[in-house]
Design a protein. Structure first.
Length: 272
């Protein structure tokens, strides 16, 4: 089928996508009329260059499921995935090693389709530096020979400071840049890749974001990829920018006017 033959490639290491691929309103404005649901991932992965999997936050899948997802997507496409919330919500973070090992041992079944792993700590969770630091020590750099990239999404505003950034940098882990008023929003680069979640799409704009804003995000993505930090974004520790080096960049249009996010992602890909 012609609908599935072509797909975009990442430009300068920049991948752009959405959260998930199953959402009923997308059957009106993203997926072709009549497309069966079992082929939605196949279609979405040929219009985008990445998808963030939120479902794993509620429960890990079986390796066979991850293998099936990988088989339905084209070469060069990647999934990022949220780790199961039961791990991050544990009262003994330093003792979650077996759960971490179990989750990562399964999700590496995605093979070369595996992108960053997101560890989300919700706003109502009060973190302590000692236990959080011990937790990071448990996150492996590779599993079964597959290199891993870890992303920290800490929503406890009291914990997010220069010490948190320093810890993330020491471990080579990215911190989420969240473009939202609901969560801590800072764009300090802490790893050799950047992970951005854009959460301001609007229902009354067909592409979710107006042209000027999409152009600005395309410019920021290029600057990140080239090793810079865009001046227009907020920072926790602007006096300590990272060393300039080329970086992979992951940009996801998430939540907000969710029905518009595929159009926003495709519009950004077109600009890149």
């Amino acid at each position: 089928m012609e609908l599935f033959e072509t797909h975009p490639s990442p430009v300068d290491g920049i991948r752009v996508g959405i959260g998930g691929w199953t959402f009923a309103p997308w059957r009106d404005n993203f997926y072709p009329k009549g497309l069966v649901q079992r082929r939605e991932l196949e279609y979405a992965s040929r219009r985008l260059t990445a998808i963030e999997v939120n479902g794993t936050y509620y429960g890990a899948q079986k390796p066979a499921t991850y293998e099936k997802w990988a088989a339905e997507t084209p070469e060069g496409f990647v999934f990022s995935a949220k780790a199961p919330m039961r791990i991050m919500q544990s009262r003994a973070l330093a003792k979650t090693g077996p759960q971490i090992e179990d989750f990562l041992g399964g999700i590496v079944s995605l093979g070369d389709r595996l992108g960053p792993i997101v560890w989300q700590f919700d706003a109502n969770q009060r973190l302590q530096m000692d236990s959080f630091s011990a937790f990071l020590e448990l996150l492996p750099k590779s599993v079964d020979g597959r290199a891993l990239r870890h992303v920290l999404d800490v929503r406890d505003a009291a914990f997010v400071n220069a010490d948190y950034l320093a810890l993330a940098r020491r471990h080579g882990m990215a911190t989420v840049f969240t473009d939202s008023d609901e969560y801590p929003s800072f764009a300090d680069v802490t790893a050799d890749f950047v992970y951005a979640r854009l959460m301001r799409s609007r229902s009354d704009v067909p592409t979710g974001y107006p042209d000027g804003e999409l152009n600005a995000w395309a410019a920021r993505a290029r600057e990140w990829a080239a090793g810079g930090q865009p001046e227009s974004l907020p920072y926790l520790d602007p006096a300590n920018p990272p060393a300039k080096q080329k970086r992979d960049v992951f940009v996801f249009f998430i939540s907000a006017a969710k029905e518009r996010n595929p159009a926003a992602a495709m519009a950004l890909i077109e600009r890149l």
